[in-house]
Write a protein that binds this ligand. Structure first.
Ligand SMILES: NC(=O)c1ccc[n+]([C@@H]2O[C@H](COP(=O)([O-])OP(=O)(O)OC[C@H]3O[C@@H](n4cnc5c(N)ncnc54)[C@H](OP(=O)(O)O)[C@@H]3O)[C@@H](O)[C@H]2O)c1
Length: 169
């Protein structure tokens, strides 16, 4: 039997007003402040991702983080990463005091939302018509909003966006 005595499990995601998260294997848009926010929050911790999200990373494994990729593929195809076959197996690689971030994509979010203690959402205030990958519906009755940080558009950010942090009730 697998046991996962991890510390906190957090999900981090950027999603549009309809919960869209991706298109053609890539993100919906480029928001430099969101990438900075992602780096700042996840650095020094463990990140768990699906195989397609790994394939979307321009330089492979994310630096200064323990990277775990979930796939049925061979481990040697994922340099610098631990490979696991399931979320449960991924969590067996994590220690009790380790903060773990589930970083996508859609398939992995769908199979792990019920495990999360924290949500770091970047809500992009736009609806992308051509999205093909979505975050599952969130029942906000189950979550306490603990932090909210709105940002307007500017020359580098074509859409307004809000950083929202929730903890599970
Ligand atoms: N907006 C955001 O914050 C954000 C974040 C991350 C990704 N994305 C976007 O999301 C899209 C990718 O998402 P996706 O749903 O297509 O793929 P994904 O979840 O990244 O990867 C799917 C693959 O990962 C493995 N996998 C995932 N969950 C699994 C589970 N519970 N059990 C066993 N295997 C599992 C399987 O690999 P095998 O087929 O190899 O067995 C599966 O085919 C891209 O467009 C990406 O840019 C957006």
């Amino acid at each position: 039997m697998m046991n996962h005595n991890t510390g906190e499990i957090a999900i981090i995601v950027a999603l549009d007003e309809q919960n869209a998260i991706g298109r053609d294997g890539d993100l919906l848009c480029h928001l430099p402040n969101d990438l900075k926010h992602f780096k700042q929050i996840t650095t020094g911790h463990t990140v768990i991702m699906g195989r397609k999200t790994y394939e979307s990373l321009p330089k492979g494994a994310l630096p200064n983080r323990t990277n775990i990729v979930i796939t049925s593929d061979h481990a040697e195809n994922y340099p610098g990463c631990i490979v696991a076959r399931s979320v449960e197996e991924a969590l067996t690689h994590c220690k009790e005091d380790e903060k773990v971030f589930i970083i996508g994509g859609g398939k992995l979010y769908h199979s792990s939302l019920h495990l999360a203690d924290q949500l770091y959402l970047t809500r992009i205030h736009h609806t992308f018509a051509d999205a093909d990958t979505f975050f599952p519906e969130i029942d906000f009755e189950e979550w306490n909003l603990i932090d909210i940080e709105p940002h307007e558009t500017d020359e580098k950010h074509p859409y307004a966006y809000t950083f929202l942090t929730y903890t599970k009730k």
